[in-house]
Design a protein around this ligand. Structure first.
Ligand SMILES: Nc1ncnc2c1ncn2[C@@H]1O[C@H](COP(=O)(O)OP(=O)(O)OP(=O)(O)O)[C@@H](O)[C@H]1O
Ligand SMILES: [Mg+2]
Length: 272
């Protein structure tokens, strides 16, 4: 299924290379997963807070067209979604929603959207390029929906910093391996974070097994899988989300916050 790079994908690579050559200051990190509900949006919002606490200006793009929920996690009511901009209904500035957190801005998405009308038109890649052209943000975190559909692939193609969230669940691991296979065709690396995983070592061991499997199956030898760390299960994560708060902001010195900080530190070490 993923053995051939489609024409669309190679065009996207071209666009991505153009973005890189222009060397905007904004670094794009695309957060993805094969399996749904593994914690992408939770981890995206927490990483955004940690980045802002380091003094970075962060834009977060809610690119989940299944269930756009970052506006809930950041407790904002956006006037416009980025689809309004794409459809020419508002300016780029009007799609930027200030969050209650200093230096964090949201490009809100919408739930349920018919991608086929935009397929092959690169509107999303061009939209990302427009954000970069603002030269206003240090980071753009893109929270994709689950799965490897064409829509998600467009956001993967535009970024060299792809962070996959997985759990130790066999179906999540199968999906992550499918992602590795696909990305190995035209990317240099994939970063992995294990959510719902009790300790660092467990995630690292499984990550090493995935790398061994990749070698056995002859995935491109220069494709790297970088393990960033683990995040344990913790009921307070779900509780803070329900209360429209972000965990690391409420439980700064909690062990889970320290795990998230380690994930961020490793992310910053591996980012291009
Ligand atoms: N480490 C954790 N411990 C406990 N609950 C968690 C943890 N991580 C995420 N959750 C909870 O799991 C649920 C799903 O998380 P989240 O919405 O972040 O997943 P997602 O990958 O973005 O889902 P989707 O694929 O639907 O976009 C949420 O209720 C969230 O609060
Ligand atoms: Mg989500």
């Amino acid at each position: 299924m993923y053995n051939n790079i489609s024409l669309q994908a190679s065009k996207l690579v071209e666009l991505a290379n153009r973005v890189k050559k222009n060397s905007y200051k904004t670094k794009i990190v695309t957060i993805t997963s094969g399996k749904g509900g593994v914690g992408k949006s939770t981890i995206t919002s927490n990483l955004a807070i940690l980045l802002s606490k380091k003094g970075y200006k962060v834009a977060v793009l809610d690119a989940d067209i299944g269930l756009a929920n970052l506006q809930v996690l950041f407790d904002v009511k956006p006037q416009n979604s980025f689809f309004d901009y794409i459809e020419g209904k508002c300016s780029l500035q009007q799609t930027i929603t200030k969050t209650p957190y200093e230096n964090i801005y949201l490009f809100a998405g919408i739930s349920s959207f018919e991608y086929s009308s935009f397929k092959n038109s690169f509107v999303f890649s061009n939209f990302v390029k427009d954000i970069l052209s603002l030269d206003s943000f240090d980071f753009l975190l893109v929270d994709t929906g689950a799965g490897l559909n064409d829509y998600v692939k467009e956001f993967l193609a535009i970024s060299d910093n792809i962070l996959a969230i997985t759990s130790t669940d066999p179906s999540a691991l199968t999906d992550v391996y499918a992602l590795m296979k696909m990305l190995s065709l035209n990317k240099r690396k994939l970063m992995l974070c294990f959510n719902h995983t009790k300790n660092y070592q467990i995630g690292e061991n499984i990550c090493n097994s995935l790398i061994t499997l990749a070698k056995k199956n002859s995935l491109k030898s220069d494709f790297m899988v970088k393990y960033l760390g683990n995040i344990s299960s913790c009921s307070n994560i779900a509780t803070t989300s329900r209360l429209r708060k972000v965990f690391v902001n409420e439980f700064r010195n909690d062990e889970i916050s320290l795990q998230m900080e380690l994930v961020l530190r490793n992310l910053l070490l591996n980012i291009e």
